[in-house]
Design a protein around this ligand. Structure first.
Ligand code: PMP
Ligand code: GLN
Length: 382
């Protein structure tokens, strides 16, 4: 698995997707929807290509998209963002995450993430030469814990990476927990990099962007992406916003990573960000029903289910089935019953991997009939 592939850098998501394809399994592993996003924005990308938007966009992103990102931050969160100096468009959220970490962290610094953590954080912190430190998110609610955060922050903590709503635990961080992070970041002179790609995908719990908290805006870079919100993960349009001085440094790194990102998709995403509230509400409501359907199937199959409050993912414990090694199970599951899932230990360092050894992550961003068939197959596990 990851890191044991002779340096090819194949991610756990790709590996599980390849296994799923090999065994014609229902792929509840990699988090991508199996239905495309709204027709208007698909048509807008087609029209942009037909109308000649096929050469380099400005490195910072098309003005129409930067304006739409600023308007979105104001409309949903009351955050004032200057589209001229405080926004950049990137190749997915992944590039914004990489550029932000590479811009500010290097050898001798620490970058703090929660654990489990999204795989690209660990890889990029490694590339930067900084030390990766972690604070655990623990069952049953997977909220940041003040005591372990206070212990994890040091005066060398250059960046704290927040991911809210959180992949893979599905937790949506409470305001008080976010306030603790801001207080510690202020005390230690730490930049907050927050990955909010699931900002619109939560089920009841309120999403509080950390940048809206007192004291946070001047030290926070907020990252999001079109992939999840508009079900277009293959478009790879992401963005970052924050104070102009910080954004300028990230932009320098972005310039030499990719310079600029896919032109025709940018105006289409701009249109998406301006869709009426009903679009965002109904996307979350549909996803919530999918969460419930998968949850029912997983419980019936005998797993302990941690009900997610957001994201595309449900985490389960396989222990009640007498299975304590979820990584071994994930390797066998596609051939055994024709279902693919991701072991949570892959989002962890060694200690965390031991703590999460029996946990698996299932994606529910799939068609209802696909989830139903997945549940039928999972029921044969007992
Ligand atoms: N952050 C998190 C937490 C994710 O789950 C993902 C995967 N969708 C990304 C970042 C990557 O986003 P993008 O595809 O826009 O690069
Ligand atoms: N973010 C998606 C997930 O967590 C997959 C992205 C990827 O394949 N790198 O499953």
């Amino acid at each position: 698995l990851l890191g044991k592939d002779g340096g090819l850098g194949i991610t756990i998501f790709e590996e599980v997707t390849a296994l799923a394809q090999k065994h014609a399994a229902i792929n509840l592993g990699q988090g991508f929807p199996d239905e495309d996003g709204p027709r208007e924005i698909l048509d807008a990308a087609r029209s942009a290509i037909a109308d000649g938007a096929n050469q380099y966009a400005p490195g910072q992103g098309l003005p129409v998209l930067r304006d739409a990102i600023a308007a979105h931050q104001e409309r949903f969160y009351g955050l004032a963002v200057d589209p001229g100096t405080e926004v950049i468009v990137s190749t997915g959220a992944t590039e914004s995450i990489a550029a932000a970490i590479l811009a500010f962290a290097g050898p001798g610094d620490e970058v703090l993430t929660f654990e489990p953590f999204y795989d690209s954080y660990g890889a990029v912190i490694g590339l930067s030469g900084a030390t990766h430190t972690t604070a655990p998110l623990l069952a049953p609610d997977f909220q940041p814990d003040s005591a372990s955060l206070a212990a994890a922050f040091t005066d060398r903590t250059r960046i704290v990476v927040v991911n809210n709503p959180h992949n893979p635990t599905g937790s949506v961080f409470r305001r008080e927990a976010l306030e603790t992070i801001v207080r510690l970041a202020e005390r230690h002179g730490t930049i907050i990099v927050t990955d909010e790609v699931y900002e619109h995908l939560h089920f009841g719990a309120e999403h509080v962007p950390i940048a809206t908290l007192p004291g946070a805006a001047s030290r926070t870079l907020t990252i999001s992406s079109a992939g999840k919100t508009f079900s277009v993960t293959g478009w790879k349009v992401g963005w970052l916003s924050g104070p102009a001085e910080l954004v300028a440094q990230v932009r320098t790194v972005k310039t030499f990573l990719t310079y600029t990102s896919g032109t025709p998709f940018q105006s289409a995403v701009a249109l998406g960000l301006g869709l009426p509230d009903e679009f965002f509400d109904s996307a979350a409501a549909t996803l919530r029903r999918k969460r419930d359907l998968l949850g029912e199937g997983l419980r019936a199959a005998g797993f302990e289910v941690f009900e997610p409050e957001g994201t595309f993912f449900t985490m389960v414990d396989a222990s009640p089935l007498g299975i304590d090694d979820a990584t071994a199970l994930a390797r066998r599951l596609p051939s055994l019953i024709g279902v693919a899932a991701i072991p949570v230990a892959m989002f962890c360092h060694e200690d965390g991997a031991a703590r999460t050894r029996s946990l698996l992550r299932f994606a529910f961003c799939k068609r209802f009939d696909v989830i139903e068939e997945g549940a039928r197959r999972l029921a044969t596990l007992r």
